[in-house]
Design a protein around this ligand. Sequence first.
Ligand SMILES: NC(=O)c1ccc[n+]([C@@H]2O[C@H](COP(=O)([O-])OP(=O)(O)OC[C@H]3O[C@@H](n4cnc5c(N)ncnc54)[C@H](O)[C@@H]3O)[C@@H](O)[C@H]2O)c1
Length: 258
Amino acid sequence: MGRLVGCRAVVTGAGAGIGRAVVRRYLAEGAAVVAVVRQADEAAALESEGCAVVVGDVAEYQTAARAVAAAEQAYGGLDVYVANAGLWDFHKRAERQTPQELAAAFDEIFAVNVKGALYGAHAALAALTTSLGSVIVTGSNASFRAGGGGALYTASKFALRGLVMQLAKEFAPKVRVNGVAPGATDTGISGPAALDQREHTMNSDPARMAAMAAHIPLGRVSVPDDHVSLYVLLAARAESAYVTGAMLLSDGGLTISV
Ligand SMILES: NC(=O)c1ccc[n+]([C@@H]2O[C@H](COP(=O)([O-])OP(=O)(O)OC[C@H]3O[C@@H](n4cnc5c(N)ncnc54)[C@H](O)[C@@H]3O)[C@@H](O)[C@H]2O)c1
């Protein structure tokens, strides 16, 4: 029997990378999933696997509200909101950005990485209070140390860790709030349009991936499936009932090695 039978989940950033892997594992564990994707052409594959799909920008509150409503309509409620959608900044150093780029890229990255999670948690709170459910965000090794990105990405992922802690306090005792913090992962994560990084993808540069692997005590860059068991653990109330305010590292030892 699956570990998430009866669990109704929303997963953002569900069309690719870590979010896609979380959706697949949640479905395999028996969960019912609302997949939130940014582009309409990502919907068909998820629908064919049994997901309800919401297309939208997580920087807009209505996307979270529509996702929660879709779970209530399709599945009768919501147990887990996974705020996973994110943008990277390709280590772009602050001093190499113009003031205009800095302002626009800050707004774009924080709107997705921080505001998207805050909106999701806020929109889901009533439903999660009813179900005694939980919020799970995707943090990063950059939630704990410098060097996982540039100033904007690192600041956004530290902010996300603060958000987890604060919301865990505010939403207790009925709703738990936690995060998974992956280290370098083989995905095509992109960056903000403000830095002309919308078409860039992290794993298209073998030299970058090799440089990342060289810093990791476990000796390799991870793949999305390396992290998904932690998302199951945090979603399964019977397995993590006393865990809240936590950000669980899944980084191959990167954070402890520098
Ligand atoms: N890849 C890594 O090395 C790594 C490391 C640590 C943390 N993370 C985090 O993992 C999460 C998932 O990233 P990934 O590596 O799987 O990359 P990915 O690009 O495969 O997945 C991110 C998803 O977020 C979606 N997205 C971006 N902006 C959006 C918006 N405004 N509205 C809706 N959806 C939006 C993208 O369409 C994409 O499907 C992110 O939060 C990222 O910061 C990634």
